[in-house]
Design a protein around this ligand. Structure first.
Ligand code: MSP
Length: 522
């Protein structure tokens, strides 16, 4: 069975920012984990290209909307390639096949009697592409998120009869696993409890959208079209644009990973649309928190936006992935602090993990003919490091299952800390000077090298690059490493103690993780 996971489909009104990179990195770690565990995975990301916001941005830039979308979605594509994101699909909602899928889906919803004409009056935020229920100020109201004036709308639109799904949505969101983390459930429950109101799914006078079949002058509301991008994305290159074909490729999704601001669309509107069309519902919607920078919201006006491409250029993939996944509990808001960023990278990756491997491998090479020492007493699964490794492995797997990337990173780091502690206690550098202790030294070095191998394997989903360099230093191959093609390569089996083969050559050590020395602010 295929497991499908999705990032949001990013608006192409602007260049990618760190918020979009954050979700995509987390999904990449999850997709890699699933593949390593042996699942068949469809990892979907993409761009949301219709709607008024995009149309206005293109106009302001003096470009046709299509030319604008082509340019910005190319930036996304390039960014994900540079970050080695292992996505299987990158859907663009301007793909002509998407239009066919939207039309077929709409036909099913209309046949269910869920489309009615109605008058839409209200305050609209173009940046959110959303009507705001109760603007706080009666005069000149502004969007609480974007701090921009709301626009008054009064038009005849097509409405989706969301109100018919009140009970089913209540039942759905009360299922413990559906909205994750559980702390996000309340907010949706409150919204639903107030009573679901029908919502408009079309716009008039908005050319930059998919025309609604049979309703001249209407184009689809951008969210109606965008959510369906998750289904269009299931199609392979060779598939005809047929809804059932797409669904058979990997629906329902196992998880939609999104930011907390778009939870309502995913946990309420989207399931109701699917119910109306008679389609299965996604298993889980995970709403993560927002990133701030040094305590402030990131924004163009504050001039403090972190450009993910530049960050990558200056700091490298491992550093950024580690910081974002290890420091911020996934689901809660997080603050990007430069000092903490370089401290964590240097302490955890360069010192604790990198040095552990380098110094142990140097000693092993020096005293044991440039090869893995004989395992001796370290063979046993009762060895303290074998026990620590098996516990860490269980914790990493359980954490990643819950999208708890921080839990997985911490358990891995603790294992490396345990190995460093063991090495310092055993002090092979002094023991080697004592006669008759060669076997003991060999066993100790074997145990630490073996732990480093397991640390590297546990890091594979989180930090595929560093993990690859570590395994290479240990003379090992990385399981399914290439972006997009990673497949299960008996990762679980390899995680058991005793994988290093005594007398196998150890390559010349070179530091696996450079320290991060940032000259000036990012
Ligand atoms: N196009 C819609 C999604 C449609 S999905 C069918 C959209 N796009 S977006 O580009 O505006 O936002 C994409 C994601 O980025 C959202 O999940 C949003 O929560 C996330 N983030 C935007 N700013 C963010 C931060 N500062 N920090 C973390 N994530 C943030 O919404």
């Amino acid at each position: 069975m295929t497991r499908t996971l999705t990032t949001p489909l990013y608006y192409v009104n602007d260049r990618p920012h760190l918020g979009s990179a954050y979700t995509t990195l987390a999904c990449d770690a999850l997709a890699r984990f699933w593949r390593l565990r042996g699942d068949e995975v469809l990892f979907i990301t993409g761009c949301d290209e219709h709607g008024q916001k995009i149309q206005r941005t293109a106009e302001a830039a003096g470009l046709s909307p299509q030319a604008h979308c082509d340019a910005v979605s190319a930036q996304y594509r390039e960014l994900w390639q540079r970050w080695q994101i292992s996505n299987d699909r990158l859907i663009r909602t301007t793909d002509p096949r998407h239009r066919r899928i939207v039309e077929q889906f709409f036909a099913r919803v209309e046949a269910s009697g869920d489309i009615v004409e109605g008058r839409q009056q209200g305050w609209y935020c173009v940046a959110c592409e959303e009507f705001k229920d109760d603007p706080h100020e009666a005069q000149d109201p502004e969007c609480p998120i974007h701090r921009r004036p709301l626009e008054w709308r009064d038009e005849v639109n097509l409405f989706f009869r969301l109100s018919r799904y009140q009970q089913q949505i209540e039942a759905l969101i009360s299922q413990p696993g559906f909205i994750q983390p559980p702390s996000r459930r309340n907010e949706v429950e409150n919204f639903v409890r107030q009573g679901l109101r029908d919502f408009s799914i079309s716009r008039v006078n908005l050319p930059w959208g998919i025309p609604v079949p049979g309703h001249e002058g209407h184009t689809f509301y951008v969210w109606f079209d965008a959510l369906l991008g998750y289904i269009t994305a299931l199609l392979t290159e060779a598939d005809a644009p047929d809804l059932d074909t797409a669904l058979a490729r990997g629906w329902p999704a196992s998880v939609h990973v999104i930011g907390k601001d778009i939870l309502r669309f995913h946990a309420v509107y989207w399931p109701a649309m699917l119910l109306s069309a008679g389609l299965p519902l996604p298993e889980k919607v995970f709403g993560h928190g927002f990133l701030t920078r040094e305590g402030q919201k990131m924004g163009k006006s504050l001039g403090n936006v972190l450009d993910p491409a530049e960050l990558l250029e200056r700091c490298g993939r491992d550093a950024v992935r580690w910081y974002l996944l290890r420091d911020i509990p996934f689901g809660e808001d997080g603050d990007f602090q430069q000092q903490r960023f370089s401290d964590l990278v240097n302490n955890d990756l360069a010192n604790t993990i990198g040095n552990l491997l380098n110094r142990t491998s140097s000693m092993a090479r020096k005293w044991f003919a440039e090869a893995v020492p004989p395992a001796g007493a370290a063979c046993s699964s009762d060895h303290p490091l074998a026990e620590a490794a098996s516990q860490a492995t269980a914790t990493v797997i359980a954490s990643l299952d819950q999208l708890d990337f921080r839990g997985a990173a911490e358990a891995t780091l603790q294992l490396a800390i345990a190995a460093n502690g063991f090495l310092n206690e055993q002090a092979p550098w002094s023991r080697m000077k004592q006669e008759g202790s060669r076997d003991q030294v060999g066993a100790d070095l074997y145990a630490v090298l073996e732990t480093a191998r397991i640390v590297a394997l546990l890091l594979t989903p989180l930090l595929p690059d560093l993990s690859g360099r570590m395994l290479q230093q240990l003379g090992q191959e990385q399981p399914g490493s290439a972006a997009g093609t990673a497949t299960a390569a008996n990762w679980i089996e390899q995680l058991s103690w005793g994988g290093l083969v005594p007398a196998a050559p150890l390559p010349e050590p070179s530091p696996v993780m450079a320290r991060l020395e940032l000259d000036g602010p990012l």
